[in-house]
Design a protein around this ligand. Structure first.
Ligand SMILES: NC(=O)c1ccc[n+]([C@@H]2O[C@H](COP(=O)([O-])OP(=O)(O)OC[C@H]3O[C@@H](n4cnc5c(N)ncnc54)[C@H](O)[C@@H]3O)[C@@H](O)[C@H]2O)c1
Length: 400
């Protein structure tokens, strides 16, 4: 039985991670979820999971020392996976302080509580020992590396090394907009309050490893997409606005490039790093799938228009005419201040060391994602209307 403490698992990636490990490991895992249910946390996302007897949900702040100490003492998790964070760049521009509190101080609190609980005396050289097989994994982002230049106007085929080619069998669609990539040794150079706060969390995690010998890993991942993504982020927002017949706001000229990874592939990478990653190491996780924001938006428009034309049963979800679903919906808006131009992850290390690769080609992942949103409009509506908060009240008060 492997026990996990997963923080922030009522959010997008954490929830998908919990679903993934339950699907993969079934009753061989026990999961405790700690989430403070901020605006981004939705208990409805994980309602089936928290009903299982090997999953426990606890509402609370990762920065609460007494609570985290008690959870670790009671449940004795072998792995702590920290997804909990303030995660939206635009919100960080409005309220940077909250990002530092949650992302840096919250992470430091988790590390400290784990250090106290896992400390197991000194070895023959006077170095700290920790309980065997225990590990803290900090979920980080490619944004800590700052911004790369965009060298090509159109995507070019991406060439990878022979050793990576052997791992990524079957993916012939790799592409890039530039000649430089983020590796694990790229200097950290965050440019937004969000990414600066995530960098602070990475640095304190590494410091706990260097200073106290704590067993840690860090994963730095590119943009995720998939089910249960809060509709303030690009892809779910575009889907929602298309169905509602609203304009599709795109920053600047939509030229910024992101590397998109299907969320389940990220979940798989995290579990591999927990189980096989070398202590103290950082692993980049990326999709080999760079795309300009404008092309992402146009792709989503084209897929929804096709589905609506070919499968008219979905037309009842529309608040506009099928014929209005076209590129005229796009509306360019003033750019985000300090908007990073391009992110591009080089995931060679995790591919070669652990055998991970992004299995889901973008055209398959994006179609699955759009179809999930079409099938799960009740989830979207609950998020938009705040109904999920009432659901929480019901669930939580029943559990006191
Ligand atoms: N979304 C991406 O594309 C992406 C890419 C790379 C890395 N990441 C990182 O992955 C992690 C998860 O991202 P996401 O997109 O799922 O975020 P999210 O905003 O959807 O979810 C964050 C979750 O953390 C919870 N939370 C916030 N503050 C908390 C606190 N103080 N204590 C306990 N819980 C708290 C929220 O309630 C929510 O459930 C973040 O650390 C983010 O930096 C995200």
């Amino acid at each position: 039985m492997t026990k996990y403490l997963v923080t922030g698992a009522a959010g997008f990636i954490g929830a998908n991670f919990v679903k993934y490990i339950l699907k993969k490991w079934g009753k061989d895992v026990e999961i405790v979820i700690l989430d403070d249910l901020t605006y981004a946390g939705n208990l409805m996302t994980i309602k089936d999971e928290i009903e299982q007897d090997n999953v426990t949900f606890i509402k609370g702040d990762i920065g609460n020392r007494e609570l985290v100490t008690d959870i670790i003492a009671t449940h004795n998790p072998q792995y702590i996976v920290n997804f909990a964070a303030e995660s939206h760049v635009d919100r960080s521009i409005t309220n940077p302080r909250l990002f530092l509190e949650t992302n840096i101080l919250g992470t430091q609190n988790l590390l400290d509580c784990a250090r106290n609980a896992w400390f197991d005396g000194k070895d023959g050289n006077g170095k700290n020992k920790y309980k065997e097989g225990y590990k803290f994994l900090q979920i980080s982002t490619d944004e800590v590396y700052g911004s790369l230049s965009k060298d090509f106007d159109e995507a070019q085929p991406l060439t990878v090394s022979e050793e990576v080619k052997r791992v990524i069998e079957g993916r012939g669609d790799l592409k890039t907009f530039g000649t430089k990539f983020f590796t694990e040794s790229t200097p950290l150079a965050p440019r937004s309050p969000y990414s600066a706060a995530k960098t602070g969390a990475d640095l304190i995690t590494l410091a706990y490893h260097e200073t106290y010998g704590m067993p840690i890993n860090i994963t730095r991942c590119s943009n995720n997409y998939g089910p249960y993504h809060f509709p303030e982020k690009l892809i779910p927002l575009i889907i929602k606005n298309i169905l509602e017949g609203k304009k599709l706001p795109v920053y600047g000229k939509g030229e910024n490039v992101r590397d998109w990874l299907y969320v389940e592939d990220h979940a798989k990478a995290i579990d591999m790093v927990l189980r096989q990653g070398k202590i103290g190491e950082v692993y980049n996780v990326g999709g080999f799938n760079e795309e300009q924001n404008i092309n992402i938006v146009k792709t989503v428009i084209a897929i929804i228009a096709r589905i609506m034309n070919n499968e008219p049963q979905y037309q009842s979800l529309l608040k506009c005419k099928v014929g209005d679903i076209n590129d005229n919906l796009i509306e360019f808006v003033a750019d985000r201040p300090g908007h990073d131009m391009r992110y591009a992850i080089d995931p060679t290390k995790i591919a070669v060391e652990l055998g991970w690769y992004p299995e889901t080609p973008f055209e398959i992942g994006i179609e699955k994602t759009i179809r999930w949103y079409l099938e799960n409009q009740d989830w979207v509506e609950s998020v938009a209307s705040g109904d999920y908060q009432r659901y929480y009240e019901q669930m939580y008060h029943n559990r006191q």
